[in-house]
Design a protein around this ligand. Sequence first.
Ligand code: SF4
Length: 322
Amino acid sequence: MNGTFDPLLDATIRHLETLRERGVGHVNVSAETLKALRLPASRVGGNLPPAKPEAAHPRITIRPEREPAPANQTASPTPTAPPARFQAAPAAVEKPANPITDIPDTQPMPSSKAQKTKAAAILALQQKALACTRCAHLAASRTQVVFGVGNPDARLMLVGEAPGADEDEQGEPFVGRAGQLLTKIIQATGLDRGDIYITNILKCRPDTPGQDSGNRKPRPEEMETCLPYLHSQIDIIKPGVLVALGTVAVEGLMGPGDVISNLRGKWLTYRGIPLMPTFHPAYLLRNQSLSIKRAVWEDFLQVMEKLEMPISKRQRQFFLNA
Ligand code: SF4
């Protein structure tokens, strides 16, 4: 059997590596197999050589199969230690529990699996929102629900107040002139719209009865009614930083308070996540002063620092010395 052990071991290692490439973080083996693996090699398959320490796979954990956990209870790790030569460090990314996407597993999910889970959860939430009629007057007047757009695994989430006429027509937040300016600000940080997530507190355009055009600010009770959708978006995406765009958005999240010119640039916390208030890009369109542009840019510099993004000397100088 000496001649067959090494090929078998090599084949096992190759199989584990293939699994790992497919995103598998662990494999289960029966208690009997584990017991056999711990026996001296000679008792498992005859005159086998001792296990080679170098046979350990660095990134895949082999663990004993466990009894199914009772309903609503996460299974605890088995007290039986796996063979030392197969033990490996846990995967690097530990995802916190999520009320929507939580999976009862003691092992961290590979990031690609976590990303797919987030994308599926966002999609399911979006389907729910698209059919929402909780605000009968807005459901009757809207062209479509403007749910949000971007990367479900984004580290940065921008939150505005409500869709306007352009957004209502196109079904995407921040697509009008203010949105185009916002896109330029995002690109100045080195990111694209697709890297981040953009949404509003209110998902339907505030109605303007008797008016053919124009927008109105959302009412506090309208934002309050729609806020659970934003909470779910935040809880699924779990961004590292939130940015609230404009006074109404800040008030919708934090309640009535100071004016945006006093709030901007100072970190707040919302649902445990750092929140940076800044001016709405529509305000920038109305006020073209360099000092206002620089103020917004300084807010985004703080966001970049919080996210540990690289910042060049040139980026630090934007809107200075002009
Ligand atoms: S604003 Fe929000 S809560 Fe109201 S109908 Fe639209 S999606 Fe539903």
